[in-house]
Structure formats: structure tokens, C-alpha cells
Ligand binder design. Structure first.
Ligand code: FAD
Length: 451
């Protein structure tokens, strides 16, 4: 099911359903209305049944999307939030196709032989009062999914998009529920009507959890900004500390959603990897200026309230895994790697560890003194790479391309774990290069700074 499982294997005890069970439940949820429709004695013409099945499956997928994107530990605790978010995006595209086709399939057989007749039936469907909620849901679905796919081309901020996405999806679910219960081919079956109502109930519970219960829980564990300072070109160190109990427990390499200076009920939160090793009294973050929120991070004052949601993510070490570790970090992708390296430094397990850390300019390198200290403390093999080095640079130059990786990592350790973090284009390039160099895909673990 999960289109790509790129995080490390979860540790024993990590909550969440195992992936095979998740797949089974997911498929059962989607198949349920189709199976019930098949069992219904009342059958319409073939293309009417196909059209109805497309609509039913599309609506079932939309209902499931709420649960997939709700950051529930039960759903993503083992499979990984990145894999679940990719599934959410992939299945949304499937729903998009099904929903677009849903009305068209009713007139499909006439389209070739009598296109004008087909168009007039479609016209009547789209203007019919009894189909009005279905038409509204159809139009909204197309707008909502198109806006999500082309999100980066919109002029809104991410927060505005996110609010419109959540609200739009809730309206689609409500209008679709009305449509399916009033017009749906098989919804006279009590079990099917109950399924749709229960599915909508799940949507409401998810919204309640995400927008009310989770913020309420965050209120019980406030943090405040302890320090903000520039540590490299356009890159800031943010330190937060818990105001009451201890800081959250997390595994080195994980990330949280940070809400700085807003109410926990606002939608203003951003994902950031924790750059410090687990510590009861502080959490460190490295934040690169890259948009409307991060560009203002330097202006945040110490004492500002912070709310966090997390930890999430599987870019972590595995228990009982003594394989050599090769980290490849691009730019601020060093953040979760630093967290893991600090943890390794603390534990001194004797594991062989190398780091290839690429940046454009020397002014972008972060925590170089810490990294050099780790060379001495636990034998970190450190390779700094610069795309545009200064004249006196004695390290490697270039992008993190295949020749650079071959030169730095040879002899390549096929048995090592390769952990790659950075901007998505850099990750794609490094993954492709490692595979060409003969590294098994299963040995490569990535953290993409983007969903
Ligand atoms: C798992 C993960 C870990 C990350 N760790 C770090 C880190 O340690 N350091 C760092 O500098 N950056 C990190 N990022 C990237 C960081 O979240 C974005 O750079 C930041 O949210 C951009 O916000 P902005 O408003 O400044 O920019 P914008 O221009 O508003 O956003 C740029 C892009 O960032 C993404 N984005 C923005 N807001 C959110 C949000 N609330 N939720 C999800 N995606 C969003 C969107 O794809 C958007 O198109 C991480 C991202 C992810 C997914």
C-alpha cells in the first residue's frame, strides 16, 4: 500500500498498526460499499453500476483521507508519516479521477453514438435540483485536489492553503453524504447508509481530534523560546525549553511541528527536525530561511510561547544495528543528522560513522566545531563538500554527485546504512547516485524536508 517506505524500521514498542494490517483495513474500508452494492438484489444497467461504483469508491477514498492526514500514531506510528502522507497524496489523485468520471460514466455508452444526447443528459444532471449537493461536491473536489497538486503555484500562503484544504474537504464530505444518501443507487440498503454515516462520523471525530483535542493537549505542555541566534548564512539556531514537565521523549533524528507565538488552535505550525540529542530540558532546531515564516525566525524573542506536536518520523537509528553508518546531508538537512551524531557521540558504541556534508558556500556550514570534535571523540569520518569553495579550500568541491560520492566513499561499504537528508532534489540525486554505485535501495534511508 505505502507507495514508498523510506524511513528506518521502527523500534520495538513503537505504537501504530503494522503496515500489512493497515493495508488490509484500508482495502476493506474501500471495498465495503462496493461489496454491499454487489450483494444488492436491485441492479441497474451496466454503465450505471460502473458510474455508481466510481462515485462510491471516490467518496470512500475522500472519507479515508481525513484519517490518513490526521497524524494519528495508530496509522503512521510504524509505517512512517512520510509514507502515509504520500499515500494520502496518491489516493487523492485516484479519487480525483473517479469523481471526475462519476457523472460522465452514466452517459458513456451514448457518447460515441449520440454525443449531443449525452451532452443534454449531462446538462440535465448538472442542473437538476435533486443532484445539487452532488454537483457542488463534484466541483469542490476538482478545485480542492487541483489546488493541492499545484499548491506551489498558488499565490496564497501555506497556512491559507491548509485552512482552505481542511474546510473544503469537510464541505465535500458533507455534500457527498447528502448526495449519496438521497440519490445513491444502493443507499436504500440500511448497511450501506450506515457505512456512509459512520464514515462521516469518523471525519467529524478526526476534525475534533485535530482541531480541538490535540491543541488542548498541547496547552498542557507549553514550551518557550530560550535562544535564537544566527549560526550560518540564512540559518538560525532556535532553542526551546519546557515550561512545566520535562521535554518530550524522542529518538534522535525525529521531527516535530512547531507553533511559535500563536494559539495552539491556530494552523500556524511547521515541521522541523530536532537537531539536539534527546535531553530533558531543551530542544534545538536549525532553521533555514526559506519562506514567509522561516524568514522571520530571527525576530522571535526569547520567552515567546511555543507549542509542539510530535515527535514524528523514522529517520532514526535501529536497535541492535551495528552496521557502518554513512550520513549524507545537504544544507540544513544536517539538522536530524546532528541529532543522531550527538547521540552516537554520547553512547560511543564503536560503530563506524562517516558524514558527507554538502553546502554551496563555506558560510553555510553549521556546527563545524562540534563535527570536528566528533572526529576526535568517536572517530567520525568527516567530509565537507562545497559547490563554490573559497580559494584556500582543501576539501572536496562540487555538488553531491556520483563522482564526488564515489571519491569520498570508496571503498563503498555495501553493508552500511546510508542516511540521506536535505532538499528533495538533492535527495533524488544522491539516491540515484548511490544506486548507480551499487548500493541496495533497502540500505538507503531518507528524510525529505517536504510533504
Ligand atoms: C519532516 C520535515 C522536517 C523538516 N526539518 C527542517 C529543519 O530541520 N530545518 C529547516 O530549516 N526546515 C525543515 N523542514 C522544512 C520546513 O518545514 C519548511 O522550510 C518550512 O515549513 C517553510 O515554511 P515557510 O512559511 O518559511 O515557507 P513557505 O514558502 O510558506 O513554504 C515553503 C514550502 O514548505 C512547505 N511548508 C510550509 N509550511 C508547512 C507546514 N506547516 N507543514 C508542512 N510543510 C510546510 C510547503 O511545501 C511549502 O511549499 C522540514 C520539513 C519536513 C517535512
Amino acid at each position: 500500500m505505502a507507495p514508498e517506505r523510506r524511513g528506518a524500521k521502527p523500534r520495538a514498542g513503537m505504537q501504530g498498526l503494522p503496515a500489512p494490517l493497515l493495508v488490509l483495513l484500508y482495502l476493506a474500508f474501500l471495498a465495503f460499499p462496493l461489496v454491499l452494492a454487489l450483494l444488492d438484489g436491485e441492479k441497474s444497467a451496466f454503465w450505471r453500476e460502473i458510474a455508481s461504483a466510481a462515485g462510491a469508491l471516490g467518496f470512500a477514498i475522500i472519507l479515508s483521507e481525513f484519517v490518513l492526514s490526521g497524524r494519528f500514531t495508530l496509522v503512521s506510528g510504524r509505517t512512517g508519516i512520510d509514507a502515509i502522507m504520500r499515500l494520502h497524496q496518491l489516493t487523492a489523485r485516484v479519487a480525483f479521477v473517479l469523481i471526475v468520471l462519476h457523472p460522465l460514466l452514466y452517459v458513456w455508452p451514448r457518447m460515441a453514438s449520440d454525443p449531443l444526447g449525452a451532452a443534454s443528459i449531462l446538462g440535465a444532471m448538472f442542473t437538476s435540483v435533486s443532484l445539487r449537493t452532488g454537483v457542488i461536491a463534484w466541483v469542490l473536489t476538482i478545485i480542492l485536489i487541483a489546488m493541492a497538486i499545484w499548491r506551489n503555484h498558488l499565490l496564497f500562503t501555506y497556512e491559507t492553503w491548509r485552512l482552505s484544504h481542511g474546510l473544503g474537504a469537510a464541505f465535500i464530505a458533507a455534500f457527498s453524504l447528502h448526495h449519496v444518501l438521497t440519490i445513491g443507487s444502493h443507499s436504500v440498503m440500511p448497511a450501506l447508509a450506515l457505512y456512509w454515516q459512520a464514515g462521516f462520523g469518523l471525519v467529524l471525530l478526526t476534525l475534533l481530534h485535530v482541531y480541538i483535542l490535540r491543541p488542548l493537549l498541547q496547552l498542557r505542555a507549553p514550551y518557550r523560546v530560550a535562544f535564537v541566534g544566527k549560526v550560518a548564512d540564512r540559518t538560525w539556531l532556535l532553542v526551546i525549553e519546557p515550561q512545566q514537565a520535562k521535554a518530550i521523549t524522542f529518538e534522535a533524528g525525529q521531527f516535530v511541528w512547531l507553533n511559535i507565538g500563536h494559539s495552539p488552535f491556530s494552523l500556524t505550525e511547521h515541521p522541523f527536525s530536532i537537531a539536539s540529542a534527546p535531553h530533558p530540558a531543551r530542544l534545538d532546531f536549525l532553521i533555514k530561511e526559506s519562506g514567509d515564516f522561516t524568514n522571520k525566525i530571527g525576530a522571535v524573542s526569547p520567552g515567546t510561547h511555543v507549542w509542539i506536536d510530535g515527535p514524528y518520523g523514522h529517520f532514526t537509528l535501529q536497535e541492535d544495528d551495528s552496521r557502518p553508518l554513512v550520513f549524507i546531508a545537504g544544507g540544513v538537512g544536517i539538522a536530524p543528522v546532528l541529532s543522531i551524531l550527538r547521540e552516537l557521540d554520547r553512547n560511543r558504541s564503536g560503530q563506524k560513522v562517516s558524514l558527507v556534508y554538502g553546502n554551496r558556500h563555506v558560510s553555510q556550514i553549521v556546527a563545524v566545531d562540534d563535527l570536528r570534535a566528533m572526529q576526535a571523540s568517536f572517530g567520525l569520518k568527516l567530509n565537507l563538500v562545497l559547490a563554490e569553495p573559497p580559494e584556500n579550500w582543501d576539501g572536496m568541491t562540487g555538488d553531491l554527485s556520483e563522482p564526488v560520492l564515489r571519491a569520498l566513499l570508496s571503498p563503498l561499504a555495501p553493508a552500511a546504512r546510508y542516511m540521506v537528508c536535505g532538499p528533495p532534489p538533492m535527495i533524488d540525486a544522491v539516491e540515484a547516485a548511490l544506486k548507480r554505485l551499487g548500493i541496495d535501495r533497502a540500505a538507503i534511508f531518507t528524510e525529505r524536508f517536504r510533504y
